[in-house]
Design a protein around this ligand. Structure first.
Ligand code: NAD
Length: 301
């Protein structure tokens, strides 16, 4: 598929993704609720800025959503009337990290109009979005996925069909982020303890990254965003906590014992309370460090 693409949500991820698609020769019609986000793309070759979210559906082969969560996805599709403007053969692709059950309900509503809605959330962060190197996990019928595959191939270096039912991608995305957040929390606890014991965190990372304790947190997040003190990965802590809660709900709904997941969600929720609303998710390490410095003030810890 090459052609007209509607795109809603031009934030940390959506803006570079829209630029890549335009650069690959697609005709982009974009919208964001934020005026600054719209202005950043105004005048870029291959991109037209729409007046409303619903406008991007007109004549689109595919409409991509890159929005914060299911509340906003529903507000745009139902409240702002984007779904009501979509007609076959448009395919709606929710690339946000949304709630799987809510995605299924939306796909059912879209199907009533003959419009397929599939989910294609991503991993790889802002760096992956800029470089077209995202991992994209897709939920939906194979024939619909095949129709949008050329578009997804511009954005991702790995496009994986997670399952035939919409919501499959959103489920694995939430579970992935729960694992990632738990790794980041425990590796931060361990690295701070090691540093207090007199070890050099950079040396510890070298050792761990050649050993069985390694993870994306020790290989990428700590060396790039935490040790240099930038805390600037471009992925908000509140969005990580949202994904963790979606995953924990899924574990609870399936009767899976999840003591570690629950403890991780509680710790991240506490950090979210203590930190500014726009804190980067890598600030979980800064929050831990602040708690250590404050000392063991509460019993039972
Ligand atoms: P963001 O907050 O930077 O961007 C979201 C954009 O949506 C903003 O520009 C905002 O103005 C816009 N928006 C909000 N409400 C709107 C509405 N009603 N109508 C139109 N636009 C609206 O978020 P992000 O970091 O780009 O993340 C987007 C999605 O991708 C989230 O679901 C997130 O969990 C997921 N994700 C993010 C990363 C990352 O590293 N940032 C990585 C993987 C997945």
């Amino acid at each position: 598929m090459s052609g007209r693409i509607g795109f809603v949500g031009l934030g940390n991820m959506g803006e570079p993704m829209a630029r890549l698609l335009a650069g690959a020769g697609h005709d982009l019609h974009v919208y964001d609720a934020g005026p600054a986000a719209r202005e950043r793309l105004d005048g870029v070759a291959g991109i037209r800025v729409a007046k409303t979210a619903a406008d991007v559906a007109d004549g689109a082969d595919a409409v991509i959503l890159m929005l914060p969560d299911s509340d906003v996805v529903e507000a745009v599709l139902l409240g702002d009337g984007l779904l009501g403007r979509a007609v076959p053969p448009t395919v709606i692709v929710d690339m946000s990290s949304s709630v799987p059950a809510r995605t299924r309900a939306l796909a059912d509503r879209a199907a009533e109009r003959g419009v397929p809605l599939i989910d294609a959330p991503v991993s790889g962060g802002v760096t992956g979005a800029r470089g077209g190197a995202l991992t994209i996990m897709v939920g939906g019928p194979a024939e619909t996925v095949a129709r949008v595959r050329p578009v997804l191939d511009v954005l991702g270096s790995s496009v994986v069909h997670a399952g035939e039912r919409p919501g499959a991608g959103h489920a694995v995305k939430a579970l992935n982020n729960l694992m990632s957040a738990a790794h980041l929390l425990v590796s931060s606890e361990a690295l701070i303890a090691g540093r207090e014991f007199g070890l050099d965190p950079a040396v510890m990372l070298d050792i761990v990254n050649g050993s069985s304790g390694r993870s994306g947190s020790t290989q990428t997040k700590w060396p790039r965003f935490i040790l240099p003190g930038g805390f600037d990965s471009g992925f908000a802590l509140r969005l990580m906590l949202k994904d963790m809660r979606v995953a924990l709900d899924l574990e609870d709904a399936t009767g899976t014992p999840a003591p570690l997941s629950r403890a991780a969600v509680d710790a991240w929720a506490e950090a979210a309370e203590a930190l500014p609303a726009d804190a980067d998710h890598t600030e979980i390490a800064r929050w831990l460090e602040a708690r250590r410095a404050a000392g063991p003030t509460r019993t039972g810890e």
